[in-house]
Ligand binder design. Structure first.
Ligand code: GDP
Ligand code: MG
Length: 318
């Protein structure tokens, strides 16, 4: 009787395993659920997918999105205030603390200017802002001229951005901020060179650079001091924005967005196909394992029957 019990336990076990295999193969479908799962499994896929969604929602001909990014306290919001001629009131809130946790945008002179919270390595804020950051047409990277070294957060940020946006190296400007804090021209130039070298190290391309002071511009305009305004670098920055607007009117950004969209769709499709292929081969492997188990189950059943028949025969003989 104990031998019979062992056979029964083996049979039950074999059935249980078969059921589990069936459950797995049933979930194999190309659905939203599958995409959600891929996003959960891979941060790179999730980021690409968010970029795809953001681009899909934006008309190709929408005005250019200029994103101001950099460490918090670099002077991004101050820069945006003077660029939008907010000299006595603030459109973009400034302050010593990290005041903006989300991106803030403002349309000005045919351009959508976007302020970002500032890099600080905080995972939650960075990931919620990332969606807005990644979908830019042009980047103003603000860096305080007093900091000749790049922090590890800046390094990570720049590397991530230039990986996810391979066109970043052609579509950015390095803005060295708070230039009024360095009084000697020679020292300013030395600092600028050191920062440019660091930046070049990160993204492997010589950055076009503007040395700027929002404070100087503000004082220059409000007190009618043309020299201060001239040395603020803000008019150079405005000229740059005008060029961006001009290329938008010539259709450049629409074409670039279209190419970006195509590149992302290709990349997403490649990744989805790769995942599907590995799922299909896993399914095939599971099916072949199941077939083997079925064969062994049949074997076990046959043995059990033979055993039972034998026992019956023995009983009859007795
Ligand atoms: N001296 C000087 N201080 C500035 C300048 N721009 C910004 N700041 C100060 O730097 C701090 C951070 O500026 P904010 O624009 O809020 O930086 P954000 O965090 O990058 O947006 C504030 O206290 C500003 O007043 C500048 O051009 N010169
Ligand atoms: Mg700010």
């Amino acid at each position: 009787m104990t031998a019979m019990n062992t056979h029964r336990a083996e049979l039950l076990n074999a059935f249980k395993q078969l059921e589990q295999n069936f459950e797995y193969s049933k979930t194999d479908s190309m659905s939203q659920e599958f995409i959600d799962q891929l996003c959960k499994d891979s941060p790179e896929f999730a980021s690409l997918h968010r970029h795809y969604q953001a681009l899909s929602q934006q008309p190709l001909e929408a005005q250019p999105r200029v994103i101001v990014c950099g460490m918090y306290n670099a002077g991004k919001s101050s820069l945006l205030n003077v660029l939008t001629e907010h000299l006595e009131t603030e459109c973009f809130k400034t302050g010593a603390a990290r005041v903006t946790a989300e991106i803030q945008s403002h349309e000005f002179n045919g351009i959508t200017l976007i302020d970002t919270p500032g890099i600080d390595g905080s995972e939650t804020d960075d990931s919620s802002a990332w969606e807005g950051i990644i979908n830019g047409d042009f980047y103003l990277y603000a860096h305080n001229v007093l900091e000749t070294e790049f922090s590890s957060q800046e390094t990570n940020f720049l590397q991530r951005l230039s990986t996810e946006r391979p066109d970043f190296h052609e579509h950015h400007l390095l803005v060295l901020t708070q230039a009024d804090r360095v009084s000697k021209q020679e020292e300013l130039e030395e600092r600028a060179q050191a920062i440019k070298d660091c930046f070049k190290n990160q993204i492997k391309v010589e950055p076009e650079t503007i040395i700027a002071s929002s404070l100087r511009y503000k004082n220059g305009v409000l007190n009618n001091k043309s020299k201060l305004r001239q040395f603020s670098g803000i008019d150079d920055l405005k000229n740059h924005l005008n060029k961006i607007k001009q290329s938008h009117l010539e259709g450049k950004w629409a074409i670039l967005r279209k190419h970006r969209h195509e590149r992302i769709i290709n990349e997403l499709t490649k990744r989805i196909e790769h995942q599907l292929e590995s799922k299909i081969s896993k399914k095939q492997r599971l099916e072949s394992e199941r077939n083997q188990k079925l064969a062994s189950l049949q074997n076990t059943i046959a043995t059990s029957f033979a055993y039972a028949l034998n026992k019956l025969a023995e009983l009859k003989m007795a």
